[in-house]
Design a protein around this ligand. Structure first.
Ligand code: ZN
Length: 225
């Protein structure tokens, strides 16, 4: 087996396994959520097939697409969000993983078109500030992808709340994108609950910077990120 084939096989396994995390963390209903991963060193990515339930996903069912979102390998049709993932990979070379969910609390903020303010240290750690809202965009063409890229370019947040829709997250790996999706829902829920009881207090910008810097550069086991 040549090297690229082996890399794609591993990535299909990883991306298949990560979809179980969407279920485990309660981020998806039915089949409404998907994850992709860029094939290192190639203009390709792997993504969930369209309309396949998470229980039925296998590494072989994960499809391979080129950066135009066209199917390259696999017997099933790619996710209906493939164009959005492809747009992100074309325009953000540092991104190697993309996740998309309609997780409840984050999507509730998206439904109001309201960014989640940075009122928790966990938000400063993971997102370096608030979580922004992207434009309303219809599925099918490049509009969703463009909205993600325009909102997240130059922003510390790796998550965007696409207006009236749901969450897209990006990461240096598919796992990092999934982690951002999990954390986004977690803070969306906590800040929502906080607001039921009063006005959440913002964190001073200097403190947000310190928290973000520490978490991104010092915290944890660097080799296991
Ligand atoms: Zn969606």
């Amino acid at each position: 087996m040549n090297e690229e084939k082996r890399v794609i096989e591993e990535l299909r396994e990883t991306v298949c396994r990560l979809h179980a995390e969407l279920v485990r963390y309660g981020l998806v209903a039915w089949t409404a959520g998907n994850i992709s991963g860029r094939v290192p060193g190639a203009d390709l990515f792997v993504i969930k097939p369209s309309g396949v339930s998470y229980d039925d996903l296998t590494p072989e069912s994960i499809v391979v697409c080129d950066l135009d979102g066209d199917l390259v390998e696999g017997s099933l049709a790619p996710s209906s969000d493939t164009a959005a993932h492809a747009y992100v990979y074309r325009h953000m070379p540092e991104v190697n993983g993309v996740a998309h969910t309609h997780s409840t609390y984050a999507s509730a903020w998206a439904a109001r078109g309201e960014p989640i303010p940075c009122v928790l240290t966990a938000m400063a750690d993971e997102f370096g500030g608030g979580i922004p809202v992207g434009p309303f965009a219809l599925i099918g063409g490049d509009d969703i992808g463009r909205g993600i890229v325009e909102t997240l370019t130059g922003h510390r947040s790796r998550a965007v709340l696409m207006r009236n829709h749901g969450v897209f997250t990006i990461g240096e790996s598919p796992k990092a994108a999934v982690k951002a999706a999990v954390m986004c829902e977690d803070v969306a829920r906590t800040v929502h609950v906080a607001r039921q009881l009063g006005v959440p207090a913002p964190i001073a910008p200097g403190d947000v910077d310190s928290l973000y810097d520490r978490y991104q550069n010092v915290y944890g086991q660097r080799s296991h990120r």
